[in-house]
Design a binder for this molecule. Sequence first.
Ligand code: NAD
Ligand code: WQD
Length: 343
Amino acid sequence: MKQKILVTGGAGYIGSHTAVELIERGYEVVIIDDLSNSEERVIDGIEAITGTRPDLAVFDICDEAKLELFFQGHPDVAAIIHFAASKAVGESVSKPLHYYRNNIVSLVNLLEVLPTTQAKGLVFSSSCTIYGQPDVLPVTEHAPVKKALSPYGNTKQICEEILQDAVTSGVDYRTIALRYFNPIGAHPSAEIGELPRGVPNNLVPFITQTGAGIREKISIFGDDYDTPDGTCVRDYIHVVDLAKAHVIATERILSGKSSEKYEYFNLGTGKGSSVKEIVEAFEKVSGKELNKTYAPRRPGDVEAVYADTSYANDELGWKSELELGDMIASAWKWEKKIRGIDS
Ligand code: NAD
Ligand code: WQD
C-alpha cells in the first residue's frame, strides 16, 4: 500500500511541485490548503502531469478543530511537509500580526496534533533569509542566525526554534527544516508554476511578466553594491530540484535515519548570480530585449548570499541538477502558457 504524505500548502508554488515529485515516487499525497494564495486549478495541473489527482482539503490550518477532524479521516498520514505560510516580506511589515498568527499558529497546531497520529515527523519550509547578510560566503548551516529584517523572516526563525524545542521535549517524531535560497522556474511541462498575485515582488516573475508585456519595464534595484557587476547576488535554485530535496528529506524521516531529531539543511546550488546576469539570461533564453532601468537600492535587501550546499549534498545525498538556463526557460514557458502567448 502507498504511504500517505500530507502536504500543507500543496496548491502553492513549491508545494505543488513537491506533490508531483512525491506522486512520481509512488506516494499518496493529501493536501491541505486554504487557497489564500493559490487556486484549485493547480490540482488539475498536478493531475495532468502525474495522472493522479491528490485529495485537497480546503481549510485554514490555524483552525485546530478542523485539523483534528482532518486527521480523524486520515489517521494513516506517514509524514507531513509543511509549506503553508504567508510569504510576502513587504506585506509582513504592514501586517505583522497576520504573519505571526498564520505562520506560527499553523506550525504549532501541526506539532500538537502530530503525536496523536501515525506520522513520523515534519519537514518545514525555512529560508536563507534567516542568515541576513552572512559574514562569510558561501554560507554554511553553522553561520549565525542574524536579527530578522522583517516579521516574515522572524516567523521563520521562531518556527525553527519551535521545531527544536518541540523535539527536545522528548516527543517521538523528527523534524527537518529546509532553508531555501531563491526558488525560481516551473515544471518543465508548464502545467504548474508560480502564480503571484498582483505586482510580483520577486525578480523572476517580474522579468517574465515584463517579457510578456504585462509590466512596462524591469527596475534593477541598486548597481552600486560591492559585487562583481554592482548588482545583488543570490543563489537561484530550480523549484523542481527543491521539490526533489523534499522527497529525500521525507524519506529520511520515514526511515528514522536522521542523526538528530531536529536537522536543518541549506538548499541552493552553491552558485551566486547577479540581478544583471538573471536579466541577461532571460534575454538570451527568450530572444527578447527587456526594457530595463536602474533604480535605487530596495530597502532591506542583502548584498550577496549563496549557499554552501556540502552538508545537504553529503548527508541527504541530494544535489541540484538544473542550470540557470533551465530555470529561466521553464519560468518563461510557464509565463507564456498562462498568458496565452504562442511563440
Ligand atoms: P505559496 O504562497 O505559493 O504557497 C503557500 C500555500 O499555503 C498557498 O497555496 C496558500 O494558499 C497556503 N496557505 C497559506 N496559509 C495557509 C493556512 N493557514 N492554511 C492552509 N493553507 C495555507 O508559497 P511558496 O512560494 O510555495 O512557499 C512555500 C513555503 O516556502 C512557505 O512557507 C514560504 O515561506 C517558504 N519559502 C518560500 C520561498 C520562495 O521564494 N517562494 C523562499 C523560502 C521559503
Ligand atoms: C532578488 C534580487 C532584488 C525585483 C525574497 C525573500 C526571501 C525569500 C525569497 C521567502 C534582489 C532584485 C527584485 C525587481 C530587482 N522568500 N530585484 N528588481 O529578496 O532575494 O528574497 O524571496 O523566504 O525571504 O526576501 O528575492 O526575487 O525579491 O529579489 O532588482 O523588480 O532581485 O533587489 O537583489 P530576495 P527577490
